[in-house]
Design a protein around this ligand. Structure first.
Ligand SMILES: N[C@@H](CCC[C@H](N)C(=O)O)C(=O)O
Length: 261
């Protein structure tokens, strides 16, 4: 796809190659080549900008993971997608965006972009194995699947080796899962690392932050509140107002160019 224009952006270090409207349909091989950090542009995923066919919704975020797999939803991806629309003069204020998991609304601010994400569904228990550790976890659906594992006090978050994918219950998650590892910082304030399905360890994961925040809120016995989630790439906040949750943090476009892949 030589000659295709691209932009590069990130939200708290979760980085994406943005392909503007008019880019032809993608293939898994092309996406993997673009996301290759040595031979391509490099990214945790690709956001292709397309038109939605839904009434009242102009944009569809065609999201792909770095390995060329598709995912239903990407919280930071929506925030970077909205930042692109704003910098290109295609949207301002509040913009509905169709994803494979449904329509979300992005609220565009000067630095922060917030996404109204509905409410995550907190399911039963599952577990993950990382290194020699077997960790109990809670399954959460944010449109895409998550497994939130609290670390025992004796294990430091930084000590986990996430170069290798955590082992999960294949029957429970036949299509793979994003696994978050969490330690408490203060009341409604946690720190996490994540291994993403299809992208490996990333510096941030928006839906992962929502999953982790939902578990933190439930553990505090509350259904409203603001949860602060520290990720290796920065800080996200997730506000639960009783009806839905709002994921907020910075999102920037950092480069543009032309692909010759
Ligand atoms: N980084 C994303 C999540 C991207 C999709 C995920 N890897 C999956 O396969 O479900 C986010 O910010 O939510």
């Amino acid at each position: 796809m030589g000659g295709v224009r691209f932009l590069k952006g990130h939200g708290t270090g979760n980085d994406f190659v943005v392909l503007p409207e008019g880019t032809p349909e993608l293939t898994p091989e092309f996406v993997a080549a673009v996301c290759d950090r040595r031979r391509g542009i490099g990214g945790d995923g690709v956001l292709r900008v397309a038109r939605s066919s839904l009434p009242g919704v102009e944009w569809f975020m065609d999201y792909w993971n770095a390995d060329g797999s598709l995912a239903e939803m990407c919280g930071n991806g929506v925030r970077v997608f909205a930042r692109y629309l704003a910098t290109a003069g295609l949207a301002a204020g509040t913009v509905p965006i169709e994803t494979r998991a449904g329509v979300v609304r992005a609220v565009i601010g000067d630095e922060t972009i917030s996404v109204d994400m509905g409410l995550p569904k907190v399911y039963g228990d599952s577990s993950a194995r990382v290194g020699g550790l077997e960790l109990p976890g809670v399954a959460v659906d944010c449109g895409n699947p998550h497994l939130v594992c609290a670390l025992p006090e004796a294990v430091a978050l930084e000590s986990l080796d996430l170069h290798v994918a955590p082992v999960h219950d294949e029957e429970f998650y036949p299509f793979g899962v994003n696994v978050e590892f969490v330690v408490p910082v203060a009341d409604l304030h946690v720190s996490m690392r994540v291994h993403e399905r299809g992208s490996g360890e990333t510096l941030s994961c928006g839906t992962g932050a929502v999953a982790v925040a939902a578990v933190a809120l439930a553990r505090a016995g509350r259904d409203t509140g603001v949860v602060t989630v520290d990720v290796p790439g920065g800080r996200l906040t997730v506000t639960f107002d009783g009806a839905e949750c709002h994921l907020a943090g910075p999102a920037v476009i950092v480069a543009s160019g032309e692909l010759s892949l």
